[in-house]
Write a protein that binds this ligand. Structure first.
Ligand SMILES: [Zn+2]
Ligand SMILES: [Zn+2]
Length: 445
Protein backbone atom coordinates (compact mmCIF):
# COMPACT_ATOMS: atom_id res chain seq x y z
CA UNK A 1 0.00 0.00 0.00
CA UNK A 2 1.34 3.41 -0.93
CA UNK A 3 0.99 6.02 1.76
CA UNK A 4 -1.23 8.96 0.79
CA UNK A 5 0.76 12.07 -0.10
CA UNK A 6 -1.82 14.42 1.34
CA UNK A 7 -4.01 14.01 4.39
CA UNK A 8 -7.19 14.81 2.51
CA UNK A 9 -7.18 12.34 -0.32
CA UNK A 10 -6.52 8.74 0.50
CA UNK A 11 -5.41 7.55 -2.89
CA UNK A 12 -4.28 4.16 -1.70
CA UNK A 13 -3.82 1.78 -3.29
CA UNK A 14 -3.25 4.24 -6.09
CA UNK A 15 -0.86 7.08 -6.43
CA UNK A 16 -2.66 9.82 -8.34
CA UNK A 17 0.15 12.25 -8.93
CA UNK A 18 0.71 15.84 -7.99
CA UNK A 19 -1.63 17.59 -10.34
CA UNK A 20 -4.71 15.57 -9.69
CA UNK A 21 -4.23 16.17 -5.99
CA UNK A 22 -4.21 19.88 -6.65
CA UNK A 23 -7.31 19.55 -8.74
CA UNK A 24 -9.14 17.66 -6.05
CA UNK A 25 -7.92 20.16 -3.51
CA UNK A 26 -9.39 23.03 -5.52
CA UNK A 27 -12.79 21.56 -6.06
CA UNK A 28 -14.50 18.35 -5.21
CA UNK A 29 -14.24 14.78 -6.37
CA UNK A 30 -16.61 11.89 -6.45
CA UNK A 31 -16.73 8.43 -7.91
CA UNK A 32 -18.53 8.19 -11.22
CA UNK A 33 -18.47 4.42 -11.05
CA UNK A 34 -17.60 2.01 -8.32
CA UNK A 35 -18.44 3.12 -4.84
CA UNK A 36 -20.87 5.96 -5.40
CA UNK A 37 -20.71 7.02 -1.80
CA UNK A 38 -17.07 8.04 -2.09
CA UNK A 39 -16.88 11.75 -2.27
CA UNK A 40 -14.41 14.38 -1.17
CA UNK A 41 -15.02 18.08 -0.70
CA UNK A 42 -12.06 20.37 -0.71
CA UNK A 43 -9.84 17.68 0.68
CA UNK A 44 -11.63 17.04 3.93
CA UNK A 45 -12.60 13.48 3.13
CA UNK A 46 -10.89 10.48 1.70
CA UNK A 47 -11.48 8.50 -1.44
CA UNK A 48 -10.32 4.97 -2.00
CA UNK A 49 -10.11 3.92 -5.64
CA UNK A 50 -10.37 0.49 -7.13
CA UNK A 51 -9.18 -0.82 -10.52
CA UNK A 52 -11.10 0.68 -13.43
CA UNK A 53 -12.85 3.23 -11.23
CA UNK A 54 -13.60 6.60 -12.72
CA UNK A 55 -12.96 9.63 -10.60
CA UNK A 56 -15.09 12.65 -11.44
CA UNK A 57 -13.82 16.02 -10.31
CA UNK A 58 -15.67 19.31 -10.19
CA UNK A 59 -13.88 22.54 -10.47
CA UNK A 60 -15.12 25.97 -11.44
CA UNK A 61 -18.25 24.53 -13.01
CA UNK A 62 -16.22 22.10 -15.14
CA UNK A 63 -16.32 18.35 -14.79
CA UNK A 64 -13.40 16.10 -15.53
CA UNK A 65 -13.06 12.36 -15.55
CA UNK A 66 -9.80 10.91 -14.37
CA UNK A 67 -9.13 7.29 -15.10
CA UNK A 68 -11.57 5.00 -16.80
CA UNK A 69 -12.24 1.52 -17.95
CA UNK A 70 -10.21 0.66 -21.06
CA UNK A 71 -13.20 0.93 -23.36
CA UNK A 72 -14.26 4.32 -22.09
CA UNK A 73 -15.26 6.56 -24.99
CA UNK A 74 -17.48 9.13 -23.39
CA UNK A 75 -15.03 11.89 -22.60
CA UNK A 76 -11.81 13.09 -24.07
CA UNK A 77 -10.43 13.98 -20.66
CA UNK A 78 -9.92 10.31 -19.85
CA UNK A 79 -6.57 10.02 -18.20
CA UNK A 80 -5.82 6.31 -18.27
CA UNK A 81 -6.77 3.16 -16.51
CA UNK A 82 -6.39 2.66 -12.80
CA UNK A 83 -5.08 -0.59 -11.53
CA UNK A 84 -3.52 -1.77 -8.32
CA UNK A 85 -0.02 -0.77 -9.29
CA UNK A 86 -0.69 2.03 -11.76
CA UNK A 87 1.10 5.31 -11.51
CA UNK A 88 -0.35 6.33 -14.84
CA UNK A 89 -1.36 9.78 -13.73
CA UNK A 90 2.02 10.71 -12.38
CA UNK A 91 3.95 9.39 -15.35
CA UNK A 92 1.47 10.62 -17.90
CA UNK A 93 2.52 14.23 -17.71
CA UNK A 94 0.79 15.49 -20.85
CA UNK A 95 -2.62 14.76 -19.50
CA UNK A 96 -1.95 17.11 -16.62
CA UNK A 97 -1.98 20.05 -18.97
CA UNK A 98 -5.72 20.50 -18.95
CA UNK A 99 -5.96 24.29 -18.92
CA UNK A 100 -5.22 26.70 -21.74
CA UNK A 101 -4.70 30.44 -21.41
CA UNK A 102 -4.01 32.96 -24.13
CA UNK A 103 -1.58 35.79 -23.71
CA UNK A 104 0.25 38.60 -25.39
CA UNK A 105 3.95 38.78 -24.55
CA UNK A 106 6.27 41.71 -25.13
CA UNK A 107 4.55 45.06 -25.17
CA UNK A 108 5.40 48.56 -24.09
CA UNK A 109 3.57 51.09 -21.96
CA UNK A 110 4.10 54.72 -21.06
CA UNK A 111 6.78 53.46 -18.63
CA UNK A 112 9.01 53.44 -21.75
CA UNK A 113 8.00 54.28 -25.32
CA UNK A 114 4.46 52.90 -25.45
CA UNK A 115 1.32 55.01 -25.72
CA UNK A 116 -0.88 53.57 -22.96
CA UNK A 117 -0.68 52.85 -19.23
CA UNK A 118 -0.73 49.42 -17.59
CA UNK A 119 -4.39 49.95 -16.75
CA UNK A 120 -5.24 50.95 -20.32
CA UNK A 121 -3.45 48.02 -21.97
CA UNK A 122 -5.18 45.63 -19.56
CA UNK A 123 -8.55 46.99 -20.56
CA UNK A 124 -7.72 46.66 -24.25
CA UNK A 125 -6.46 43.12 -23.63
CA UNK A 126 -9.73 42.21 -21.95
CA UNK A 127 -11.68 43.47 -24.96
CA UNK A 128 -9.38 41.41 -27.20
CA UNK A 129 -10.19 38.28 -25.21
CA UNK A 130 -6.77 37.76 -23.64
CA UNK A 131 -6.18 35.99 -20.34
CA UNK A 132 -2.75 37.43 -19.60
CA UNK A 133 -0.34 40.15 -20.68
CA UNK A 134 3.40 40.42 -20.16
CA UNK A 135 4.64 44.00 -20.29
CA UNK A 136 8.35 44.41 -21.08
CA UNK A 137 9.30 48.08 -21.11
CA UNK A 138 12.74 49.13 -22.34
CA UNK A 139 15.42 49.11 -19.64
CA UNK A 140 12.97 49.78 -16.86
CA UNK A 141 11.44 47.31 -14.42
CA UNK A 142 8.18 48.69 -13.08
CA UNK A 143 7.22 47.38 -9.67
CA UNK A 144 3.76 47.28 -8.15
CA UNK A 145 1.96 47.07 -11.47
CA UNK A 146 1.56 43.31 -11.81
CA UNK A 147 -1.75 41.79 -10.78
CA UNK A 148 -5.28 41.17 -11.92
CA UNK A 149 -6.99 43.96 -13.85
CA UNK A 150 -10.57 42.76 -14.29
CA UNK A 151 -10.30 39.43 -16.09
CA UNK A 152 -6.72 39.97 -17.31
CA UNK A 153 -3.58 38.95 -15.45
CA UNK A 154 -0.85 41.51 -16.10
CA UNK A 155 2.77 40.51 -15.44
CA UNK A 156 5.80 42.76 -15.70
CA UNK A 157 9.18 41.88 -17.16
CA UNK A 158 11.81 44.04 -18.82
CA UNK A 159 13.28 44.35 -22.33
CA UNK A 160 16.99 44.94 -21.84
CA UNK A 161 19.67 46.19 -24.18
CA UNK A 162 22.92 48.11 -23.99
CA UNK A 163 21.84 51.64 -24.90
CA UNK A 164 25.38 52.62 -25.85
CA UNK A 165 26.00 49.76 -28.27
CA UNK A 166 26.47 50.94 -31.86
CA UNK A 167 24.68 49.74 -33.86
CA UNK A 168 21.87 48.92 -31.45
CA UNK A 169 21.13 45.18 -31.22
CA UNK A 170 20.54 42.24 -28.86
CA UNK A 171 17.24 43.03 -27.16
CA UNK A 172 16.54 40.53 -24.39
CA UNK A 173 13.17 39.87 -22.73
CA UNK A 174 13.65 39.16 -19.03
CA UNK A 175 10.75 37.52 -17.20
CA UNK A 176 10.30 36.42 -13.61
CA UNK A 177 12.84 38.95 -12.29
CA UNK A 178 12.53 40.84 -9.00
CA UNK A 179 14.68 43.89 -9.73
CA UNK A 180 15.82 46.04 -12.63
CA UNK A 181 18.66 44.50 -14.65
CA UNK A 182 21.32 46.93 -15.80
CA UNK A 183 21.94 46.55 -19.52
CA UNK A 184 24.20 49.52 -20.02
CA UNK A 185 27.74 48.58 -21.13
CA UNK A 186 27.12 44.94 -20.35
CA UNK A 187 27.53 41.99 -22.66
CA UNK A 188 24.51 39.86 -23.47
CA UNK A 189 25.88 36.88 -21.54
CA UNK A 190 26.25 39.06 -18.46
CA UNK A 191 22.65 40.24 -18.81
CA UNK A 192 21.35 36.68 -19.24
CA UNK A 193 23.34 35.52 -16.21
CA UNK A 194 22.01 38.42 -14.12
CA UNK A 195 18.44 37.49 -15.04
CA UNK A 196 19.04 33.84 -14.13
CA UNK A 197 20.70 34.81 -10.83
CA UNK A 198 17.45 36.50 -9.82
CA UNK A 199 15.56 33.29 -10.56
CA UNK A 200 14.25 34.71 -13.79
CA UNK A 201 14.47 33.49 -17.37
CA UNK A 202 14.34 35.10 -20.76
CA UNK A 203 13.91 35.17 -24.49
CA UNK A 204 15.80 36.64 -27.42
CA UNK A 205 13.60 39.39 -28.89
CA UNK A 206 13.13 40.00 -32.64
CA UNK A 207 16.18 37.90 -33.64
CA UNK A 208 16.02 38.92 -37.31
CA UNK A 209 15.03 42.33 -38.62
CA UNK A 210 14.69 43.69 -42.15
CA UNK A 211 13.70 47.31 -41.91
CA UNK A 212 13.57 49.23 -45.15
CA UNK A 213 15.54 52.44 -45.06
CA UNK A 214 12.73 54.84 -45.96
CA UNK A 215 11.07 54.55 -42.53
CA UNK A 216 14.24 55.47 -40.69
CA UNK A 217 13.54 52.63 -38.25
CA UNK A 218 16.79 50.90 -37.27
CA UNK A 219 17.22 47.14 -37.58
CA UNK A 220 17.61 45.59 -34.14
CA UNK A 221 18.63 41.97 -34.68
CA UNK A 222 20.22 39.53 -32.27
CA UNK A 223 23.95 39.21 -32.95
CA UNK A 224 25.40 37.28 -30.01
CA UNK A 225 24.28 33.74 -30.86
CA UNK A 226 27.09 32.17 -28.80
CA UNK A 227 25.27 32.94 -25.51
CA UNK A 228 23.98 30.24 -23.20
CA UNK A 229 21.37 30.24 -20.46
CA UNK A 230 18.43 31.82 -22.23
CA UNK A 231 15.17 29.89 -22.44
CA UNK A 232 14.38 30.60 -26.05
CA UNK A 233 13.45 33.16 -28.63
CA UNK A 234 10.59 35.01 -30.24
CA UNK A 235 10.04 33.02 -33.42
CA UNK A 236 7.50 35.65 -34.43
CA UNK A 237 7.82 39.32 -33.53
CA UNK A 238 4.76 41.00 -35.01
CA UNK A 239 6.39 44.42 -35.27
CA UNK A 240 9.49 42.99 -36.96
CA UNK A 241 7.43 41.28 -39.60
CA UNK A 242 5.37 44.39 -40.23
CA UNK A 243 8.47 46.57 -40.63
CA UNK A 244 9.86 44.12 -43.18
CA UNK A 245 7.06 44.98 -45.63
CA UNK A 246 7.49 48.74 -45.63
CA UNK A 247 9.71 48.93 -48.68
CA UNK A 248 8.42 52.26 -49.94
CA UNK A 249 5.90 54.93 -49.00
CA UNK A 250 3.29 53.86 -51.63
CA UNK A 251 3.64 50.28 -50.44
CA UNK A 252 3.48 51.26 -46.78
CA UNK A 253 0.31 53.36 -46.92
CA UNK A 254 -2.27 50.58 -47.45
CA UNK A 255 -0.49 48.34 -44.95
CA UNK A 256 -0.75 50.95 -42.22
CA UNK A 257 -4.53 50.74 -42.59
CA UNK A 258 -4.73 47.00 -43.34
CA UNK A 259 -1.73 45.12 -41.91
CA UNK A 260 -3.73 41.91 -42.20
CA UNK A 261 -3.18 42.05 -45.97
CA UNK A 262 0.42 41.01 -45.49
CA UNK A 263 1.06 39.59 -42.04
CA UNK A 264 1.96 35.91 -42.51
CA UNK A 265 3.82 34.58 -39.48
CA UNK A 266 7.43 33.80 -38.59
CA UNK A 267 10.32 34.45 -40.98
CA UNK A 268 11.72 31.25 -42.54
CA UNK A 269 15.19 32.19 -41.34
CA UNK A 270 13.97 32.46 -37.73
CA UNK A 271 12.45 28.99 -37.94
CA UNK A 272 15.69 27.67 -39.45
CA UNK A 273 17.68 29.28 -36.64
CA UNK A 274 15.33 27.78 -34.07
CA UNK A 275 15.83 24.31 -35.58
CA UNK A 276 19.57 24.87 -35.49
CA UNK A 277 19.45 25.78 -31.78
CA UNK A 278 17.22 22.78 -31.07
CA UNK A 279 19.95 20.47 -32.37
CA UNK A 280 22.04 21.27 -29.31
CA UNK A 281 19.58 22.30 -26.60
CA UNK A 282 15.96 22.79 -25.66
CA UNK A 283 14.79 26.14 -26.97
CA UNK A 284 11.35 27.56 -26.26
CA UNK A 285 9.49 29.49 -28.96
CA UNK A 286 7.11 32.31 -28.15
CA UNK A 287 5.30 35.00 -30.15
CA UNK A 288 5.83 38.66 -29.28
CA UNK A 289 3.64 41.53 -30.37
CA UNK A 290 6.08 44.32 -29.50
CA UNK A 291 3.01 46.54 -29.37
CA UNK A 292 3.66 50.23 -28.67
CA UNK A 293 0.37 51.75 -29.81
CA UNK A 294 2.23 54.77 -31.14
CA UNK A 295 0.99 57.24 -33.70
CA UNK A 296 3.26 57.82 -36.67
CA UNK A 297 3.41 60.49 -39.30
CA UNK A 298 3.52 58.81 -42.69
CA UNK A 299 3.57 61.38 -45.46
CA UNK A 300 0.49 63.55 -44.88
CA UNK A 301 -1.05 61.11 -42.39
CA UNK A 302 -0.90 60.76 -38.66
CA UNK A 303 -2.16 57.40 -37.59
CA UNK A 304 -1.69 54.82 -34.82
CA UNK A 305 0.25 51.96 -36.37
CA UNK A 306 -0.31 48.47 -35.05
CA UNK A 307 -2.68 49.55 -32.27
CA UNK A 308 -2.64 47.46 -29.10
CA UNK A 309 -6.05 45.96 -29.80
CA UNK A 310 -4.98 44.86 -33.27
CA UNK A 311 -1.77 43.23 -31.99
CA UNK A 312 -3.51 41.51 -29.08
CA UNK A 313 -5.81 39.65 -31.49
CA UNK A 314 -3.00 38.64 -33.81
CA UNK A 315 0.29 37.26 -32.46
CA UNK A 316 -0.52 35.25 -29.38
CA UNK A 317 1.06 32.64 -27.17
CA UNK A 318 -1.23 29.91 -25.80
CA UNK A 319 0.02 28.27 -22.63
CA UNK A 320 -1.01 24.88 -21.26
CA UNK A 321 -1.07 24.53 -17.49
CA UNK A 322 -1.81 21.75 -15.01
CA UNK A 323 -4.01 23.94 -12.85
CA UNK A 324 -6.41 26.80 -13.34
CA UNK A 325 -5.82 30.41 -12.36
CA UNK A 326 -7.01 31.24 -8.86
CA UNK A 327 -6.92 35.03 -9.33
CA UNK A 328 -4.04 35.05 -6.86
CA UNK A 329 -1.03 36.84 -8.29
CA UNK A 330 1.78 34.61 -7.04
CA UNK A 331 0.00 31.36 -7.87
CA UNK A 332 -1.11 32.49 -11.30
CA UNK A 333 2.21 34.11 -12.17
CA UNK A 334 3.98 30.85 -11.44
CA UNK A 335 1.60 28.96 -13.73
CA UNK A 336 2.31 31.34 -16.62
CA UNK A 337 6.06 31.44 -16.08
CA UNK A 338 6.43 27.67 -15.62
CA UNK A 339 4.61 27.08 -18.91
CA UNK A 340 6.82 29.59 -20.72
CA UNK A 341 10.03 28.38 -19.12
CA UNK A 342 9.38 24.80 -20.19
CA UNK A 343 7.76 25.50 -23.53
CA UNK A 344 4.32 24.18 -22.60
CA UNK A 345 2.95 26.61 -25.15
CA UNK A 346 2.39 27.32 -28.83
CA UNK A 347 2.23 30.47 -30.89
CA UNK A 348 -0.87 31.31 -32.91
CA UNK A 349 -2.03 33.92 -35.40
CA UNK A 350 -5.53 33.92 -33.94
CA UNK A 351 -6.78 36.75 -36.14
CA UNK A 352 -7.03 34.26 -39.02
CA UNK A 353 -8.69 31.52 -36.93
CA UNK A 354 -9.00 30.85 -33.21
CA UNK A 355 -6.38 28.20 -32.40
CA UNK A 356 -7.73 27.44 -28.92
CA UNK A 357 -7.78 23.69 -28.41
CA UNK A 358 -4.92 22.97 -30.80
CA UNK A 359 -3.05 19.98 -29.36
CA UNK A 360 0.13 18.08 -30.16
CA UNK A 361 0.69 14.98 -28.04
CA UNK A 362 2.81 11.86 -28.16
CA UNK A 363 2.29 8.48 -26.55
CA UNK A 364 4.92 5.86 -25.82
CA UNK A 365 3.63 2.84 -23.92
CA UNK A 366 1.97 4.18 -20.77
CA UNK A 367 3.58 7.60 -21.08
CA UNK A 368 2.28 10.64 -22.87
CA UNK A 369 3.80 14.02 -23.50
CA UNK A 370 2.71 17.35 -24.82
CA UNK A 371 4.59 20.37 -26.10
CA UNK A 372 7.79 21.18 -24.23
CA UNK A 373 8.03 17.72 -22.69
CA UNK A 374 10.28 14.67 -23.07
CA UNK A 375 9.13 11.19 -23.90
CA UNK A 376 11.21 8.02 -24.22
CA UNK A 377 11.19 6.37 -27.62
CA UNK A 378 10.50 2.91 -26.21
CA UNK A 379 8.86 0.80 -28.90
CA UNK A 380 7.90 3.95 -30.79
CA UNK A 381 5.97 7.15 -30.21
CA UNK A 382 2.47 7.70 -31.58
CA UNK A 383 1.95 11.37 -32.27
CA UNK A 384 -1.44 13.00 -32.62
CA UNK A 385 -2.15 16.53 -33.79
CA UNK A 386 -5.68 17.83 -33.23
CA UNK A 387 -6.70 21.15 -34.69
CA UNK A 388 -9.90 23.11 -33.99
CA UNK A 389 -9.94 24.17 -37.66
CA UNK A 390 -8.97 22.62 -40.97
CA UNK A 391 -5.40 23.50 -41.75
CA UNK A 392 -2.28 22.37 -43.54
CA UNK A 393 -0.70 20.42 -40.69
CA UNK A 394 3.01 19.64 -40.84
CA UNK A 395 4.96 17.49 -38.42
CA UNK A 396 8.69 18.19 -38.44
CA UNK A 397 11.50 16.04 -37.07
CA UNK A 398 14.78 17.89 -36.51
CA UNK A 399 13.61 20.60 -38.90
CA UNK A 400 12.50 18.26 -41.73
CA UNK A 401 8.85 17.65 -42.61
CA UNK A 402 7.97 13.99 -41.91
CA UNK A 403 4.17 14.14 -41.89
CA UNK A 404 1.63 16.33 -43.63
CA UNK A 405 -2.17 16.57 -43.94
CA UNK A 406 -4.80 19.07 -45.04
CA UNK A 407 -7.14 18.21 -42.21
CA UNK A 408 -8.02 18.83 -38.58
CA UNK A 409 -6.12 15.74 -37.47
CA UNK A 410 -2.79 14.10 -38.20
CA UNK A 411 -1.38 10.91 -36.73
CA UNK A 412 2.18 9.73 -37.11
CA UNK A 413 4.14 6.80 -35.72
CA UNK A 414 7.72 7.80 -34.93
CA UNK A 415 10.43 5.17 -34.78
CA UNK A 416 13.38 7.46 -34.10
CA UNK A 417 14.40 9.83 -31.36
CA UNK A 418 14.59 13.51 -32.21
CA UNK A 419 12.95 16.89 -31.82
CA UNK A 420 9.38 16.87 -33.17
CA UNK A 421 7.38 20.04 -33.64
CA UNK A 422 4.25 21.09 -35.52
CA UNK A 423 3.47 23.89 -37.95
CA UNK A 424 -0.01 24.69 -39.23
CA UNK A 425 -0.88 26.98 -42.13
CA UNK A 426 -4.17 28.45 -43.27
CA UNK A 427 -5.26 30.48 -46.24
CA UNK A 428 -6.61 33.92 -45.40
CA UNK A 429 -7.35 36.77 -47.81
CA UNK A 430 -5.95 34.72 -50.73
CA UNK A 431 -2.62 34.10 -49.07
CA UNK A 432 -1.12 31.14 -47.20
CA UNK A 433 -0.26 32.23 -43.69
CA UNK A 434 1.58 30.69 -40.78
CA UNK A 435 -1.09 29.94 -38.18
CA UNK A 436 0.17 27.69 -35.36
CA UNK A 437 3.74 26.82 -34.36
CA UNK A 438 4.05 24.46 -31.41
CA UNK A 439 6.99 23.90 -29.16
CA UNK A 440 8.61 20.51 -29.63
CA UNK A 441 8.09 17.17 -28.02
CA UNK A 442 11.57 15.79 -27.33
CA UNK A 443 11.81 12.04 -28.06
CA UNK A 444 14.73 10.56 -26.16
CA UNK A 445 16.41 7.23 -26.85
ZN1 LIG B 1 13.14 45.41 -28.91
ZN1 LIG C 1 10.03 45.75 -27.64
Amino acid sequence: MIAPREPYVNVAPLYLGHNLRDYVHDGAASMATGNASSRAERGTEQIGLQPADVLRTHHGGAERYWGAAPDWKGDDHVQGTFNQTSIALSSSTATHMTHEYIGSIHLHTTASDGAASHEEVSQIASQAGLDFLIVTDHNVFTTGKDGWYGDVLLLVGEEIHDTERVPEANHYLALGIREHIVGLRRGTQEVIDAVNTQGGFGFIAHPFEHSPSFTGEPELPWIDWQVTGCSGLEIWNYMSEFKSYLHSLPRALPLIFFPQLVMSGPFRETLAKWDELLRSRKTVAIAGTDAHGNTYRVGPLRRPVLAYGHCFKAARTHILTPRSFKRELEHDKELVYEALRHGNCFTAYDAIGDASGFRFTGQSGQQTATVGQDIPLGAGVDFEILSPLQAELRLLKDGEVVGRAQDSRLEYGAGEDGVYRVEAYRRHLLKRRGWVFTNPIYVTS
